[in-house]
Ligand binder design. Structure first.
Ligand SMILES: Cc1cc2ncn([C@H]3O[C@H](COP(=O)(O)O)[C@@H](O)[C@H]3O)c2cc1C
Ligand SMILES: O=C(O)c1cccnc1
Length: 340
């Protein structure tokens, strides 16, 4: 992977110096909403979504004309510890399946008219086994975060993030344990379907990975550098770049939330432009969302990744924007307003 111009410390600045919301755009959305032909507040969270979109796109009315799902794919040396129900070769095979249109995310994007781009991260070079060694050096972590910023290259107006990487629920669990504390068992779940002794082994692997960090737990970007993985670092970079380029982000499930959590731990305001699409059936996802005070939009019992939950939520975001922009006002429609 090419060296980045951005040193690791510059990412700390990017996290700490995130721009705030466009209050004027939010005020304009609220003013228009008051005139639309419905009782105030009757569209519930769909109204809040429009305000959120305006705040972070910096325009009113906001629009979702170029939504994109960016899927980052990577491999993980920790799979050598037997932490997944599937072999690591499935990561590349699924990338080929994405290219051929055969994955769940292809069909959800097609059905919802959402663009899809898959970013491969050195699939033949897994990050080291994090139960033994650090995932990255500083330059490698910075380069990978910078690579994630490529998700913005086509100027999407809504960015949905997803991932593919056998073993990455182990990495995500380790990140959550290092960032939020508790016990390894609080953060480890079946992923693709491990149970019994294999699940107990996965817990022990996560314990070992985090035990290696002793004394360095207060620096979230350092935690990311030491635990990885490539797709998670890239998604963290994409979330940051999106904020600086006024692109709201829809976060997918358990693994994507781990990327977001690194930024949240450094600066909770760094995720204000992110909507959490759904709560995954991976048991610890609800715990991670609660730790950050985030309320997911959907609860469909999904536990796939690939950006599938994010793409479904993006469909609702687009509908919320179209509803707000296209509805008639009371005056336009000749509908009587609320009685005094
Ligand atoms: C065929 C297949 C398609 C997938 N699409 C996403 N994942 C999901 O499962 C993986 C994480 O689970 P674990 O940590 O247990 O390996 C990631 O690749 C994630 O995106 C898949 C997994 C499989 C097997
Ligand atoms: O929620 C997720 O992101 C998830 C759950 C299981 C396996 N892979 C991803």
């Amino acid at each position: 992977m090419a060296d980045t111009a951005l040193p690791f410390d510059d990412f700390r600045d990017l996290v700490n110096l995130v721009p705030g919301p466009d209050e004027a755009a939010v005020a304009a959305v609220r003013a228009r909403d008051r005139d639309l032909t419905k009782p105030a507040g009757a569209l519930g969270r769909m109204e809040a979504i429009v305000e959120w979109l305006a705040a972070w796109q910096g325009k009113a009315p906001p629009a979702v004309d170029r939504p994109l799902v960016a899927v980052f794919a990577a491999n993980h040396g920790v799979t050598a510890q037997g932490v997944s129900a599937f072999p690591a070769s499935v990561t590349r095979a699924m990338v080929e399946n994405f290219a051929a249109g055969g994955a769940a995310i292809n069909q959800i994007c097609a059905a919802s008219d959402i663009g899809l781009k898959v970013f491969e991260l050195a699939l033949d070079h897994p990050t080291p086994d994090i139960s033994l060694e650090d995932a990255f050096d500083e330059a490698g972590c910075a380069a990978t975060m910078a690579f994630g910023m490529e998700a913005l290259a086509g100027q999407p107006d809504l960015l949905c993030l997803g991932e593919m990487g056998i073993g990455n629920t182990t990495v995500a669990a380790a990140l959550f344990l290092a960032l939020f504390g508790g016990e390894a068992a609080d953060w480890v779940g079946p992923g693709t379907g491990v149970g019994g002794a294999a699940l107990a082994n996965k817990v022990a692997v996560v314990e070992r990975a985090v035990a290696r960090l002793d004394g360095r737990l207060s620096d979230p970007l350092e935690i990311l550098r030491r635990l990885g993985g490539r797709e998670i670092a890239a998604m963290a970079g994409a979330i940051l770049a999106a904020r600086h380029q006024k692109v709201p982000v829809v976060v997918d499930g358990f693994v994507t939330t781990a990327a977001a959590a690194v930024l949240w731990a450094a600066n909770p305001a760094a995720l204000d432009h992110c909507l959490f699409a759904h709560v995954s059936a991976e048991p610890a996802h609800a715990r991670a969302l609660a730790a950050m005070g985030k309320v997911p939009l959907l609860d469909l019992g999904m536990r796939l990744g690939e950006g599938t939950g994010a793409a479904l939520a993006a469909g609702l975001v687009r509908i919320a924007a179209k509803t707000h922009a296209g509805m008639a006002t009371f005056t336009q429609a000749g509908v009587a307003g609320k009685l005094d």
